[in-house]
Design a protein around this ligand. Structure first.
Ligand code: ZN
Length: 85
């Protein structure tokens, strides 16, 4: 899996609809890729803050904002790491 593959699946990850088998690949890539870790940590923190003890159901508008925000974050962290495995 490459960083760009991760980016393609981030929406599913945010929405909680990611396939479990893909999720395993996802985690494997994360373990060895710092720029991706930074982005995903950001997402997890944001979701945790939002959840605040409530069921995991993000409103469409919030998801849209999160998708946009994580892409901006992605560009920051991957600006010099385009060729990372
Ligand atoms: Zn990566």
């Amino acid at each position: 899996m490459k960083c760009t593959d991760m980016l393609a699946m981030l929406n599913d990850f945010v929405d909680g609809t990611i396939d479990p088998s893909i999720c395993a690949e996802f985690e494997r890539h994360l373990a060895g890729c710092n720029p991706c870790q930074v982005v995903v940590d950001n997402i997890r923190q944001t979701i945790t803050l939002y959840q605040n003890g409530q069921p995991y159901e993000l409103p469409a508008q919030f998801r849209q904002q999160l998708h946009t925000a994580l892409r901006a974050r992605w560009k920051e962290t991957h600006r010099t790491a385009d060729t990372n495995p």
